[in-house]
Design a binder for this molecule. Structure first.
Ligand code: 3PG
Length: 335
């Protein structure tokens, strides 16, 4: 992408842009804005404040905002921005005249317009792995909830001995595998970008296509990011290969599932259940049509634990300080 803020060790003034950032960090009281429509736990905000203030910077907070205008105003004088699933698009970047870095405290960064960030010379980062255990625990929680018939008092089934297919073996997928093995599940995974050996080392059976995974497993847990390639990719053709009874668990992104085709499939197959941490656009309709075999959390809850908030929030604050002080761009996603 043709730019980098990396400040060369020992000689921070070699390049014009580096020089500019370096002197800015020396001369200015940097302002770090935490803008979270869905706030962190207080203990995480306290930890972020400690890191930011220890570095000599100022912390500003915009929590539970309801109107994008509030975000546009708040970013006007921010040098750094910490967000969660908050949208950082061209309008936000235009309004953020001082902004040098935005850190998504979490894994998925589909809420940041990366090209616009690059065009505005803003470094975008995420904090991979920091909230993955929390999301994985919720995935298993949703699985138990589904196989126990949404705790409606009727006899359900157990997870032990069932075949679980993990679709994408990143940080969350690996934690799901670890926890599912504790339940005695037989764990399989498919990830085009992950070497077989990583799965084998985790005692997971690697499969080599999504079709093979869905054909093999009664339970599928989605852990793919929302990209041009994955959006709408979980469709009728794929889901219809799952053996009966089938359970799809989504703690990833709404956009990866083709909702219309999922609805059609659930109409065709009464054995098919869907539990999700990301409410579908067709939530009301699905609730009505598939009572007892469909559930969506009212708000995305996967990363909503004190531990995950602390891990991801403080990692974001540390990455900002490390960027300003040392030019560290290790977690940059818009290179
Ligand atoms: C992530 O991508 O890290 C998770 O989806 C959590 O998102 P959240 O911070 O908005 O809860």
């Amino acid at each position: 992408m043709g730019f980098s803020y990396l400040i060369p060790a020992g000689n921070p003034i070699n390049h014009t842009k580096h020089k500019e950032i370096y002197f800015t960090t020396l001369l200015k009281n940097m302002k770090v804005l935490v803008a979270t429509e869905k706030p962190f736990a207080k203990v995480a905000v306290d930890g972020i404040r400690q890191v930011v203030e220890k570095a000599g910077y100022e912390l500003a907070l915009l929590e539970k905002y309801t109107d994008k205008k509030q975000l546009l105003e708040a970013v006007a004088d921010a040098d750094a921005l910490i967000i969660r699933s908050d949208i950082v698009d061209n309008a936000v970047l235009d309004a953020a005249k001082q902004l040098k870095i935005v850190v998504r405290a979490g894994a998925g960064f589909d809420n940041i317009d990366l090209e616009a960030a690059t065009a505005h010379k803003v470094v975008a980062m995420n904090t991979p792995g920091q909230n993955s255990n929390a999301v994985a625990e919720l995935a298993l929680g949703l699985m138990v909830y589904a196989v126990r018939n949404l705790y409606n008092g009727t006899s359900g089934t157990e997870l032990k001995g069932k075949k679980l297919g993990i679709h994408a073996f990143g940080n969350v997928g690996r934690n799901v595998a670890r926890i599912a093995q504790g339940f005695g599940m037989d764990v399989y995974a498919y990830d085009a970008y992950c070497p077989d050996q990583v799965m084998i080392d985790a005692k997971v059976t690697p499969l080599h296509s999504a079709e093979e995974l869905y054909r093999t497993c009664n339970v599928i847990s989605l852990h793919i990011p929302a990209t041009a390639e994955t959006k709408q990719s979980i469709n009728y053709a794929l889901l219809s290969q799952m053996p009966q009874p089938a359970l799809l668990v989504n703690t990833a992104r709404k956009e990866v599932v083709n909702e219309d085709e999922l609805i059609r499939l659930m109409q065709d197959r009464s054995d098919f259940r869907y539990v999700t941490d990301i409410m579908p656009a067709a939530h009301e309709k699905m609730n009505e049509l598939f009572a007892g075999r469909y559930f969506a959390t009212p708000k995305k809850m996967g990363a909503q634990t004190a531990e995950a908030n602390i891990n991801a929030g403080i990692a974001a604050a540390n990455q900002i300080v490390d960027f300003f002080v040392n030019g560290n761009t290790r977690f940059q996603v818009n290179k």
